[in-house]
Design a protein around this ligand. Structure first.
Ligand code: AMP
Length: 287
């Protein structure tokens, strides 16, 4: 390992973060931001690699954001291992880890929020009310705290990426949002920190989500009605062992509106439960 790759700085306050970024800016360097909730895996590392390639300095953020977890969701048990994450980031050559505490991000009296109605209300927004307001609020804060040139997000959370693009455009936040492809296991399961919750039996069934999305996409490419293909996909997923399917839905790839028959790009998105674990995934539809 290159000795230079072990010098990862860790900061926890906004003023320390800004001090680091100021130093880079003074040296004429560009800055990439990679927001995460930790429990890092190769999906996260692909964003880090993209940032290292696309900018001079890479800041990864690690913050399990309470505002994006609903009641009864897994905030308390969400996997946390900052030391392991920091070591892995150092080995990959990231320059800075910003790991604030909840009080740093939401001090006493914190009252504001950012919401993105419409695109943030459908699909995930319907099944997880308040989720995208939590995401948009924390991402706005992170972008304003670091003021990076580019910020990197995975297509794994495709609707989140669309919401963040909408929000940064609407609010004139001066950052380029870079979307990165989904990293998958060899059997197609999209990498996720939540995959750790799956039992051995559930893990066997899990790749069916990706398979059903592929089948749905190829049916729509072949001319099938998008709504009917989505409903059939949900039924197929139940048959393959998913206890509950929140949605399999074909949408406009940019606005996430229901397709109107025009030739705009489409995407199929899905969310379904294996036991107590909720998996999400999506793929592009070739037209
Ligand atoms: P999270 O820690 O789950 O909030 O994810 C942080 C970032 O990593 C988000 O932009 C995710 O979309 C991205 N990400 C998570 N899993 C993957 C994956 N399998 N492939 C690509 N990006 C991912």
């Amino acid at each position: 390992m290159d000795a230079g790759k072990t010098s990862l700085d860790i900061v926890r306050s906004v003023s320390d973060l800004r001090g680091k970024v100021r130093g880079w800016r003074a040296a004429g360097e560009t800055v990439g931001l990679v927001p995460t909730m930790g429990a890092l895996h190769d999906g996260h590392f692909s964003l880090v690699e993209a940032s290292l390639t696309g900018t001079d300095r890479t800041c990864v953020t690690l913050f399990v954001n309470p505002k994006q977890f609903g009641e009864g969701e897994d905030f308390e048990v969400y996997p946390r291992d900052e030391a392991t994450d920091a070591q892995a980031l150092a080995a990959r050559g990231a320059h800075l880890l910003f790991a604030p505490g909840v009080k740093d991000m939401y001090p006493e009296g914190f009252a504001s929020s950012v919401s993105v109605p419409g695109i943030g209300d459908v699909l995930e927004g319907e099944f997880r009310p308040g989720f995208f307001t939590g995401v948009a609020t924390v991402v706005t804060k992170l972008l304003l705290q670091a003021l990076p040139d580019k910020a990197y997000f995975g297509e794994k959370d495709y609707q989140q990426l669309c919401v963040i693009r909408r929000m940064t455009a609407d609010l004139d936040i001066p950052v380029e949002i870079v979307g990165c492809p989904i990293v998958r296991e060899s059997d197609g399961l999209a990498l996720s920190s939540r995959n750790a919750y799956l039992s051995a039996d559930e893990r066997e069934v899990a790749p069916a989500l990706h398979q059903v999305l592929q089948e749905t996409a190829s049916r729509v490419s072949g001319g099938a009605d998008p709504a009917a293909a989505g409903e059939d996909g949900a039924a197929a997923l139940r048959q393959r062992g998913f206890a509950k399917v929140d949605y399999i839905s074909v949408r406009d790839a940019e606005t996430l509106a229901v397709p109107d028959g025009s030739d705009r790009p489409l995407r199929v998105l899905g969310a379904a439960w294996l036991g107590r674990t909720r998996l999400i995934d999506n793929i592009a539809i070739d037209c």
